[in-house]
Design a protein around this ligand. Sequence first.
Ligand SMILES: Nc1ncnc2c1ncn2[C@@H]1O[C@H](COP(=O)(O)OP(=O)(O)OP(=O)(O)O)[C@@H](O)[C@H]1O
Length: 232
Amino acid sequence: MSVLELEDVHTYYGESHVLQGVDLQVEAGEIVALLGRNGVGKTTTLRSILQLTPPREGTVRFAGEDVTGLATSDVANRGVGWVPEERRVFGYLTVEENVRIAVGPDGEYESLRDEIFTLFPDLERFRDEEARNLSGGQQQMLAIARGMVGDNDLLLVDEPSEGLAPMIVEQVVDALREASAETTMILVEQNFPLAMDLADRFYLLDQGTVVESGSTEGVTADDERIRRYLAA
Ligand SMILES: Nc1ncnc2c1ncn2[C@@H]1O[C@H](COP(=O)(O)OP(=O)(O)OP(=O)(O)O)[C@@H](O)[C@H]1O
């Protein structure tokens, strides 16, 4: 059974028909990259999975169950975590408080916190610092950490490298690799080499539909079937 299955998903913003029949599957343990030019609907695909923008047609199945039309909180409670593009952390809470409130009702807070701090030594160093005082990269790690301690079976990660210096990107990549040992992941990422490096498989979107998909093994940006959809 796939962790996640989208079947012929159509999603609109008002009259604007953004997803025009998206089909995709994610298997347990995979990292799947969603690729495509700006505005093709990658974030909208994540929003459709979370039911933040519920599809008007088609089906989203999580862990074998139809979740289409459920409240976002129900989808989240079933084990779908979100690391949004804008690195949502609580600026006026400390790093540790940010982690604590992300732990689900059944989570063992102290052991999860210790696990996170082992994984992200930077977060431990700044555990008593208010999150707003962290660098962009550290905030991104905190956002990823918050997604991980929620005991999620699927983590949706939107543009994790955006706006970060290359050295910091490397740390975020390491963090994502660590996170992927614990949870299945969908990664929206504009940095093509990074996406290919991290992901097992990819889906390439264009004009609201999947135009290519497959293993990332050996795929490069020069690949003709990729290039024509990613070039500006
Ligand atoms: N809240 C909204 N209301 C109306 N239109 C929207 C809204 N959010 C996104 N759109 C439009 O839907 C289309 C798909 O946007 P989406 O954010 O899913 O693209 P994307 O592939 O994630 O690109 P990007 O990398 O730019 O975020 C775009 O044309 C965008 O302008």
